[in-house]
Ligand binder design. Structure first.
Ligand SMILES: [Zn+2]
Length: 230
């Protein structure tokens, strides 16, 4: 019997996927990022010792957002969900579950299991490219089929914080969305006053943004604030 190659550590699996996902970022994205950082450094120098709050380069941000929207990371549902994962802290890639005691290291996150995309029994390799990190429940629920298509489909369909938020956003009453849209400036002020620190992801709709829309609507519209009809 031939010896199977040992599976890579969880940390190595993370490293593989992070660099794989980075390959899909259009080169111009990273050049925009460095431009943005350079300008931020310039501003910081001018305002030393106390830099103004981060309000740099809307132009650069919207250009990079537009590029991101067309990239494979946004249009391929599997890669889109993968790119929404916060690889900075251990969590289940499928449902987003995380456990605080294991917060610091992927390798120490005992609740995470290495899950084959193509099952080992059906010829799947033990390379990082064929492995995902999932919690026990997700691992148990995931399909065991030879065609990786179904594993990826299941992965995309499985709810996590991000796609739950998007789903909720789609079912939100149009009235809420129209109200937020018509009163954007006021809404951004409301966000500034109410949000915590978990709003740094510029691409994903975070639950904070989502529930801020609902809160904004309830407080200002139902509370009697007049909708601008301009
Ligand atoms: Zn899970």
């Amino acid at each position: 019997m031939s010896k199977r190659k040992p599976t890579p550590s969880k940390g190595k699996i993370v490293d593989y996927w992070v660099s794989y996902l980075n390959e899909f970022l259009p080169p111009i994205y990273s050049s925009l990022r460095s431009k943005e950082e350079a300008e931020w450094e310039k501003i910081k120098k001018e305002y030393e010792p106390e830099p103004p709050p981060a309000k740099v380069n809307d132009e650069v941000f919207s250009a990079s957002r537009a590029i991101f929207r067309q990239s494979k990371l946004n249009t391929d549902p599997f890669l889109a969900k993968m790119s929404g994962i916060d690889f900075g802290e251990p969590c289940c890639w499928s449902c987003g579950y995380y456990s605080n005691p294991d917060e610091t290291s992927w390798n120490k996150a005992k609740y995470l299991e290495k899950c084959h995309i193509v099952p080992a029994m059906l010829g799947g390799t033990s390379d990082a490219s064929n492995l995902l990190l999932l919690c026990k429940d997700c691992h148990k629920e995931s399909p065991d089929l030879k065609n990786p298509k179904y594993m990826k489909q299941w992965f995309v369909d499985r709810e996590n914080f991000h796609n739950k938020g998007l789903k909720k956003l789609k079912t939100l009453d149009n009235e809420v969305l129209m109200f937020v849209f018509k009163n954007q400036e006021k809404f951004f002020e409301y966000m500034e006053e109410n949000k915590g620190i978990h709003n740094s992801n510029r691409e994903a709709i975070t639950s904070s943004q989502l529930y801020a829309m609902i809160g904004f609507y309830e407080e200002y519209n139902l509370g009697g604030y007049m909708v601008s009809t301009a």
